[in-house]
Design a protein around this ligand. Structure first.
Ligand SMILES: [Zn+2]
Ligand SMILES: [Zn+2]
Length: 253
């Protein structure tokens, strides 16, 4: 499996960077985890976005799904179009929220803004999702709204994406013995008081250690800290290999 970091920023994008978006490619599948603001431009640089087998959204915060809007325009009017509708998997309750937002763009009598290009569905977090040769399972995280960490598996290799989360047992359990743990580090070197919804680099490292992850990759960070500082904090807590990724980085497992 090859994971391309399309957007690595937290909710306020770092200069020249995009919000959450990760492209997973295998021999038989091309799927996207999240599509935050600014990410479609980076994605377009990596692949023909019309080739995506599925788009999965972890939760309905703008930094994780907002570029579905330009993707909709791209699939509808080009430059890249396709014959069938692209599978779009939203979290439970996500469809109503997205439709409400899109009602501001949709024009009366012009067809369904989303259904024209997307096959919109909500995943059941209790059931695995198969996309080509990849199996994706979900686990609710601790965040300000319902959010789901995703574990992608193929031939014994596994990548776990934390989505947005405070440190919690659920994500640790979901990341058990994974080949690569892609974890958010929104808080950088800082702390958060209750209610918790995010993790620091050290907390991400601690979760990775508890999970027995083989490698840790930190993402979803702002411009307040140097990546090097985050890497050191993550590595110290993890006690294993840790890297902070930037947009357009790629890792293989
Ligand atoms: Zn969020
Ligand atoms: Zn976020």
């Amino acid at each position: 499996m090859r994971l391309h970091v399309v957007g690595s920023s937290a909710s306020v994008p770092r200069p020249g960077r995009a919000c959450s978006c990760y492209l997973l490619r295998t021999r038989e599948a091309t799927l996207l985890f999240d599509l935050g603001s600014g990410a479609l431009a980076n994605l377009h640089e990596t692949i023909e976005y019309s080739d995506l087998d599925a788009v999965l959204i972890s939760h309905m915060h703008a930094d994780h799904f907002l570029d579905l809007i330009p993707l909709r325009y791209g699939l509808k009017y080009g430059p890249l179009m396709r014959e069938d509708r692209m599978p779009l998997w939203l979290p439970p309750g996500g469809e109503a929220m997205l439709r409400k937002l899109c009602s501001a763009f949709a024009r009366e009598g012009k067809g369904d803004f989303l259904n024209e290009v997307f096959d919109v569905k909500e995943y059941d977090p209790k059931r695995p999702l198969e996309v080509g040769d990849v199996r994706v399972t979900f686990r609710k995280t601790v965040h300000y709204i319902d959010a789901y960490a995703m574990r992608a598996e193929r031939s014994g290799a596994s990548i776990v994406y934390s989505a947005d989360t405070a440190p919690c047992d659920e994500v640790v359990e979901h990341a058990k013995n994974c080949s690569l743990f892609l974890c958010e580090a929104s808080l950088g070197l800082g702390e958060e008081i209750a209610p918790r919804g995010h993790s620091s680099a050290a907390e991400a490292g601690h979760m990775a250690r508890l999970a027995g992850a083989h490698r840790l990759v930190l993402t979803h960070y702002g411009s307040e800290y140097a990546p090097r500082e985050l890497e050191e904090a993550g590595q110290e807590a993890f006690g294993g290999p840790c890297a902070v990724v930037d947009d357009k980085a790629a890792v293989s497992v």
